[in-house]
Design a protein around this ligand. Structure first.
Ligand code: HAM
Length: 424
């Protein structure tokens, strides 16, 4: 039989790569804790109806869909937002607002596999439910910034836009929602000519074209130029002012790099307000993205509820850390190998191993039945810091032989002092 391979677009993460993922996940959890987000663990499989309701054509076409044995149409989650919106209309319906919810895990999209694009990938996801205020929008950008800072990334920039500007113009011009979605989908793919061709009115086309061509010195200048274009569109003016307020909050509270793009659109259809993505110069794909979605919860049968959130692509952050040579300290340097001199001392050795582990020291117990020399060689190869050798003679004095595998020095040490000695 030929050796089995992973399914196309799915990956095994082993060794250093797995370690990097764990490191990112730990920092994502730390970020959630520091910003007050409670973890929500939701199923990988949800009803197709829920997942496809408001996600947009792009995602709908890429879902892993199947019928379960009970004849239900279900799909693997392509993101977390729909599941969290479902929760806020059911179990969390009566929770006081704001609700801050964090999720982490794998999501699935039938994308064309390439570097940074997989069919199973990891996201850390944060949703802030119940606030319409600009400080809530700012929070999702700031927490993304915090996560990247904790991870030690040096160079990255935020691309920021506001879906309300273009929708505001199109709605006032009487362009229906379906056409608006089609235009935004094309803009997300940077197919601007195709997007403009979908407009019947030449005036609207010229206004949109003007917005797309804005080339400003900084975000304040961009806002001024957008205002010139949208002066006769009430909703677009409101959106521009909202964007300006969010940008002010973000830039006055940190010194992150922002690039404001009026033509910026995202693949997901549920956005109603600010949208953003974060990039590093060396990678074409975004490390994360998010935005405001004030109509989704209502569309799922809940009370009208404002919400904003973001998700980070852990697979891509791992690539970014490697690209920018961002290393992090290994935290398990003081690993210990515990080896019994002979068969009859195995349970004594296990007892010592347990005691070390309970004191927080990582232990690899000799399970291959090897003789002492081989077992020590193996411990050395695995880069253990110490070998704890459990022998008859030492045991009588409630002690063990502790071998430092870097200096090769051996000392007899009592059980009582062992933890202290290893830790220091
Ligand atoms: P998204 O932009 O579709 O947003 O995905 C978030 C991040 O997931 C992307 O920025 C990227 O880093 C990563 N990602 C997307 N596709 C792939 C792929 N094929 N392979 C590897 N990584 C990928 C959302 O999912 C929204 N739910 C974010 C959000 C939360 N908006 C509001 N709340």
């Amino acid at each position: 039989m030929p050796a089995f391979q992973t399914v196309r677009g799915m990956r095994d993460l082993i060794g250093e790569e797995a370690k990097t993922f764990t490191h990112i996940i730990e920092n994502a959890r730390k970020t959630a804790k520091l910003y007050g987000y409670k973890e929500a663990i939701t199923p990988h499989v949800e009803s197709l109806e829920l997942l496809s309701a408001k996600s947009g054509e792009e995602i709908r076409q890429r879902m892993f869909i199947f019928e379960d044995l009970g004849g239900r149409q279900v799909a693997l989650r392509p993101e977390f937002t729909a599941s969290i919106a479902r929760l806020t209309t059911t179990s969390l319906k009566n929770e006081p607002k704001p609700l801050r919810l964090f999720s982490i895990g794998t999501v699935y999209r039938y994308d064309e596999p390439q570097r940074g694009r997989y069919r199973e990938f990891w996201q850390s996801n944060y949703e802030l439910v119940g606030s319409i205020k600009a400080e809530a929008d700012a929070e999702t950008i700031l927490l993304t910034n915090s996560l990247l800072k904790f991870l030690g990334l040096q160079k990255y920039a935020f691309k920021i836009g506001h879906i309300g500007i273009i929708r505001g113009i199109l709605s006032q011009e009487g362009v229906d929602e379906k056409t608006q979605n089609a235009i935004l989908q094309r803009m997300d793919k940077k197919e601007y000519d195709a997007a403009l061709r979908l407009l019947e009115s030449e005036t609207t086309r010229q206004i949109l074209k003007g917005l797309l061509e804005i080339n400003a010195r900084d975000w304040k200048d961009t806002i001024e130029q957008i205002k010139d274009y949208v002066e006769s569109y009430d909703k677009a003016i409101e959106a521009t002012e909202n964007l300006a307020e969010i940008l002010r909050l973000v830039t006055e509270s940190t010194n992150l790099t922002v690039e404001v793009q009026p033509s910026f659109a995202r693949g997901l259809e549920y956005y109603t307000g600010v949208i953003f993505e974060v990039y590093i110069p060396e990678l074409e794909v975004a490390l994360g993205g998010g935005g405001r979605y004030d109509k989704l919860i209502e569309a799922f049968g809940g009370e009208p509820t404002a919400a904003v959130g973001c998700a980070h692509g852990i697979d891509r952050i791992a690539i970014a850390l490697e690209t920018q040579k961002t290393f992090y300290g290994d935290t398990d340097e003081k690993r210990v190998a515990v080896i019994a001199i002979n068969e009859s001392l195995k349970s004594e050795a296990l007892k010592i191993a347990q005691k070390l582990r309970e004191s927080g020291i990582p232990v690899e117990f000799e399970v291959m039945g090897r003789k002492m020399t081989k077992a020590l060689e193996d411990a050395d190869k695995r880069k253990a810091r110490y070998a704890v050798i459990v022998g008859e003679r030492e045991l009588k004095e409630s002690a063990v032989m502790l071998k430092d595998l870097t200096t090769h020095q051996q000392t007899v040490i009592t059980h009582k002092d062992l933890v202290e000695k290893i830790k220091n």
